[in-house]
Write a protein that binds this ligand. Sequence first.
Ligand code: CP
Length: 313
Amino acid sequence: MNEHLLGLEYCSKEEIESMLKAGFSFKEVLSRPIPKVPTLRGKTVVNLFFENSTRTRISFELAQKRLSADTVNFSASGSSVSKGESLRDTIRNIEAMKIDMVVVRHQSPGVPYFLTQCTDSIIINAGDGLHEHPTQGLLDIMTLQEKLGTVKDLKVVIVGDILHSRVARSNIYGLQKLGAKVALCGPPTLIPVQAEQWGVEIFYNIEDAIRWGEVLNVLRLQLERQHSGLFPTRREYAHRFGVTLEKLRQVDKEITIMHPGPINRGLELEHDLADSEFSVILDQVTNGVALRMAVLYLKSGVSTTEQAISQKK
Ligand code: CP
């Protein structure tokens, strides 16, 4: 098992399977009257967030608390980064306070790897620019396994703003390693040119993608990163690529709708569809805590899952 979690590109199928298996074990822990185990007692984890987050940040913090770790939260705003302190100095000063693990989100791809070069702490990538968001990829796969049993041979379409999406990249690596068939769908301007080398189907028409797929993982249109007219108007995008109940009704099969959040309701995903029986969006969020417990536990290097989760039974 890799020491750090930098991306699913660098994980073997077996590593991914063991993180998912541990995720399901920790989900059982979370269903107990006291959803807490002493697995990481004595370990200190720093959540180093340079970019905004709701789901990832809160679920990592909850996961740490459920594992009895000591947790510290860092935000770039309000820290000495705003006075010009470098990333290297920031992490080395935090490490001097004796920590074990760092969960990092940063707007620049490669920052988690950079941190592995200047600290001895274990680094978990919570999203680095356009590169990867490995725990999101894992919790998405966990949610599909929970609902459908397996992702082997499952046809998953990732819809929308692939160009700016670290979630898409982690899903592609993870799903393909577990034998799923992956397709991308969106306007040509939002699908990177190298996508043809990723072993994926590509659709430029949402109706064709819906006919092909069994799962639609709908991505947020990253409006804050759209500065160069990559699509004409929001209205046209919603009309052509927005996922709606009416478009799903054109096919005679059950489709599972996913979204990593936050959702632009009415843009990439119809408002009511997000809350419909097709949607597993809140299951993804629920599974995020158990899955992140699994990652923290496995990367911490403490005993076996069975020992870890049975201590408080
Ligand atoms: N899915 C996701 O990364 O959401 P947040 O940005 O709220 O963490």
